[in-house]
Design a protein around this ligand. Sequence first.
Ligand code: IPM
Ligand code: MN
Length: 359
Amino acid sequence: MSESRRHMIAVLPGDGTGPEVINEGKKVLLAAGRKFNIDFEFTEFDFGGDRYLKTGETLPEGAIEQLKKFKAIYLGAIGHPDVAPGILELGILLSLRFELDQYINLRPVKLYPGVDCPLKNKKPEDIDFVVVRENTGDLYAGHGGTTRKGTQYEVATQVMVYDRQMVDRCLEYAFDLAVERKKEGKPGKLTLVHKTNVMTFVGDMWFRAFMEMSGKYPQIQTDYNHVDASCMWMVKNPEWYDVIVTANMFGDIITDLGAMIQGGMGIAAGGNINPYGTSMFEPIGGSAPKYTGMNIINPLAAIEAGRMMLKHLGEAEAANAIEEAVSSICTRVSSLSAGKMGYSTSEVGDMVSEYILSH
Ligand code: IPM
Ligand code: MN
């Protein structure tokens, strides 16, 4: 008998429906583990809104050091209706991304068969691309400030910050991903999305870096879209995309559009990747407080985040089994929306697990 592999995973269920969907995600990971001889050791952390309301702390002292011991974090959702907007986002989610230097936000946009797509006449073969969103710089970097606050002449700035190595490491990841996908039969095309017609400094740096690096990847076809145009093409011709690479803010915006064309927040997942350190996998949707505790939220996005985590941990076979199971369950639920699936949260988790174990 082959020896089993073991993965230590930090679990942050977080707020709202986070714990419910993470439960189903863990259930599915354990099922895949049973089938493919993988052991998991889950270590849970209670970071989130409830803890903040009790203690006043977002991430406690030493949390980052503790998390750095793990290769992967499995995150439910961060966001609490009783906490002012921004506190938990900055204090937990963005802090983790920055402190752990998770410089890639990987967001696949894939339409599974049977999923209701809001784009007329678009089929699964038309919607299968990945957005590589830079995840540490840009308008998120915290450069800026306010002067003359509260007066009629108040000035506020928020600066689009990039240095060349941040751009290069992100582009390199995206080119490498396009190469990997090409080996799997995908087109081998990388599109840079920016706004070089207006962002003549930072956009120009991205564009030059992109063109320079493309010389090292002759097998990859390159293209460039302005971000506004990319929103148009994602709706009109999503089949043109294979891998998109873009800056943090543009990536944030276009991946919500991406999530909708793949069937919505019920299925959209992402990975915050540090290829050399601790990465974090999460459903893209929020904590959905109004559905908390009702057993009606769709756990497929969290299950998909778990699949991405397995792939990142080198468990491609188990990850593929989850993908097949999710794809099949998508044809059985009546909708991907909370409360409209025709099954409860835990039933969907059971169905995915059973599919994995019986195929
Ligand atoms: C996302 C979210 C976050 C972001 C917010 C919650 C800070 O919108 O993960 O896309 O802007 O990155
Ligand atoms: Mn977002």
